[in-house]
Design a protein around this ligand. Structure first.
Ligand code: TXA
Ligand code: MG
Length: 327
């Protein structure tokens, strides 16, 4: 398949919108930027089109997709009810990096939800994405990467994974947030976070009160969470706990071709990506993973961070990417 890549600018905006809407309407696949990570999208109401996403990504068919909307009307078309807590969350966090699980309507093809009777919906804040979705209709879109690889946050990384497998790639520059949306299920009481992400548990609880986090103690899981995820070609080692700095220094001193991703602490004699804040750490995590791959790095050491706020999402992704977790 021939993949066209179009770079976004004010001058190309109109052309990109027309092209993307036409590709989507014809039941084909478009990679588009969102504020979290890039999405690989197809018309959510066309089962055949959605099938192409699973094929391009190599995504297991039992892992459901997020449907992206641009308006309340589009949301209402997809769901059979909107609980009060969902209304409160929508008011506070949409458009933005929060995905909400609803009971689905009969309009949503079963392939989108992997046969579940619920559907995940998000209204992105990225303005180009919103215009395209508004014109093309709801767009089913997982993160734009081969299944199991780090989510794509720049067009270059996406071209590596998906060139020749999709019809159109829209290059909108580096993703602003760089880590995926938070997924929350409001069909259960109390609501439960199925995937930690950019919007934190603390922020959600300020709006709707107690929320649970999917984990060892809860049965409810996001189907996608059982698969290996976010892994670069290099082996990721996560080092956590009070002694982490000494442990990492020890590792660095005898490992070759190694890189360290850390918060504040600087490590010498190694390729070191230091972030000044947790938000910066989250924004660059996938990007750094992929840059390490392009540099031929063999081992990536991630310094553990506190699981407060967005640290929760960072540690979720890092541990899933890891071949080894050291305490
Ligand atoms: O920021 C994001 O969320 C990005 C951008 C493109 O919007 N999308 C994204 O999609 O990360 P994806 O497919 O990589 O992750 C979707 C997650 C998976 O863990 C999936 O299992 C879960 O949402 N999910 C989707 N539908 C679900 C449902 N009905 N019930 C439970 N979990 C669901
Ligand atoms: Mg993904």
């Amino acid at each position: 398949m021939k993949t066209t890549t179009l770079r976004y600018s004010k001058a190309t905006e109109k052309k990109i919108i027309t092209r993307a809407v036409s590709v989507l309407s014809q039941g084909n696949v478009v990679v588009f930027p969102t504020e979290t990570v890039y999405g690989i999208g197809a018309s959510a109401l066309q089962a055949k089109a959605v099938k192409k996403i699973f094929k391009a990504k190599g995504r297991p068919s039992d892992n459901p997709l997020i449907v992206h909307v641009a308006s309340d009307e589009q949301l209402r078309m997809l769901v059979s009810e909107i609980p009060d807590k969902a209304k409160q969350l929508i008011k506070k966090f949409w458009p933005g990096a929060l995905t909400i699980i609803f009971r689905k309507s009969s309009k949503v093809p079963m392939i989108v939800t992997a046969n579940l009777d619920t559907v995940a919906v998000r209204m992105p804040s990225h303005s180009l994405a919103r215009v395209i979705i508004q014109e093309a209709g709801p767009v089913a879109a997982p993160s734009a990467n081969i299944s199991g690889r780090p989510s794509g946050t720049t067009a270059r990384h996406i071209i590596e994974d998906l060139q020749g497998k999709v019809d159109l790639i829209i290059d909108g520059g580096k993703s602003l947030i760089g880590i995926e949306s938070t997924v929350i299920d409001v069909t259960v009481e109390p609501p439960i976070i199925l995937r930690p992400g950019y919007i934190t548990k603390e922020q959600l609880e300020r709006v709707i009160g107690k929320v649970l986090v999917s984990g060892h103690k809860t049965k409810v899981k996001s189907p996608g969470m059982k698969y290996s995820h976010y892994s670069p070609k290099a082996q990721v080692i996560v080092v956590e706990g009070k002694k982490r700095i000494q442990i990492i220094k020890g590792l660095v001193s005898h490992l070759k071709n190694t890189s360290v991703i850390s918060l504040e602490t600087k490590y010498s004699n190694t390729k070191n990506y230091v972030s000044p804040t947790l938000r910066h750490f989250a924004q660059h995590l996938f990007h750094n993973f992929r840059e390490c791959d392009s540099l031929g790095i063999r081992i990536i050491i991630v310094e553990g961070v506190s699981e407060k706020g967005i640290g929760h999402a960072i540690m979720n992704r890092a541990r899933k990417a890891a071949v080894k977790i050291v305490h």
